[in-house]
Write a protein that binds this ligand. Sequence first.
Ligand code: PLP
Length: 427
Amino acid sequence: MKKYSEMTREELLSEKELLEKRYAEKKALGLKLDISRGKPSPEQLALSLPMLDLINSETENFKCENGFDIRNYGVVDGIPECRRLFGEILDAPAENVIVTGNSSLNLFYDLIAHAMCHGVPGGDAPWCECKERKLLCPAPGYDRHFAVGEYFGFKLIPIEMKNDGPNMNQVEALITDPDVKGIICVPKYSNPQGISYSAEVIERFANLSPAAKDFRIFWDNAYTVHHLDFDGEMDEIPSLLRLAEKNGKSDMVYMLGSTSKITFPTAGLAAVASSAANTADIKRMLSFQNIGPDKINQMRHVLFFKNLDGVLKHMRKQAEVIRPKFETVLTVLKEELGETGIAEWNSPKGGYFVSAELLEGTAKRTVSLCKEAGLAITGAGAVYPYGNDPGDSILRIAPTFAPVCELPQAMEIFCISAKLAAIEKLL
Ligand SMILES: Cc1ncc(COP(=O)(O)O)c(C=O)c1O
């Protein structure tokens, strides 16, 4: 098959006719398919159900290591054994880890809100006093991160993503502006591209010298143990906090993580690892905010996993469930789009997404064609600050939630739609 860009007008018209026929057939099926959000599937959630039986009236394991009763008030920074567990997951010393709540997005929001109202260690004033405050946003990125920044009145500045992480020349140039207060990163198996930052990029992060004394790197390591093939290639990255500590710059770093996609997105745990000064500052914030964090859930997680090795064994089971879904997505993409020359995509080694780069100017049209044929997909532009994809070309595919048997159908609709949109554009 010829590339679309090399086809004559007649060839494109006849390809279009074939695609329109296929599209009409799919539409007539009245399907309701969804590859829009990165949610664990019911089979994945079932893997963590035994955790719910580990603490009850018979087990009597209500005391944590420091002697506190996990059912009662207190221990705002998390029980020691759970801080240690997250220390292993995030690669940080346990004493620098705070475990709280069930959502890392919530923690990110709280950290920003706290900085806005009270400032952060090393800063002269609350961030709200900086009228032109700016947040650097490597893009494509996670839409909800951008939404939090926008909600708090930051000017969002997109940073180009390369194959090994954000364009660091751009980052280093922009942080000479004292109004740039932070950057939000997903350093491993990034959302949506599945990119892991290289050691060199992370070293440059650990060495940043921002003009703002209260500049912060929000290092959302959401997918740190989310490998897709535990017997194959897996990415590992160095700990930003440890590297920054060596450079005397650890106040710059908040490393975030959660078990939302390890156990349950609603009843998991979230944690932040940071410098001693930041950890004390966050602990103080929490002492006003919540004097009775859910330590029962912390203990459940500790009993269930014991240590990082336990987490990895569990994640291997998760990978067995979702790998076939990723494989299906990649197979259909290759079969349908491989020879057309209208799309490129990543083959991630972990994380939750496949990111497709379509012919410029066709992402929005592809989404609306998908929708009309019964396939929900994340909106075009969502992966850029302000929903503004300059090329209108990037779409995020989330394979985990849909049953594997639905994915071939969903991906065929996606590819037919992308091809139709491309031909419309070329004609
Ligand atoms: C990069 C990233 N961070 C955070 C979250 C949300 O995490 P949590 O459930 O811990 O708030 C997601 C969810 O998709 C994500 O992709």
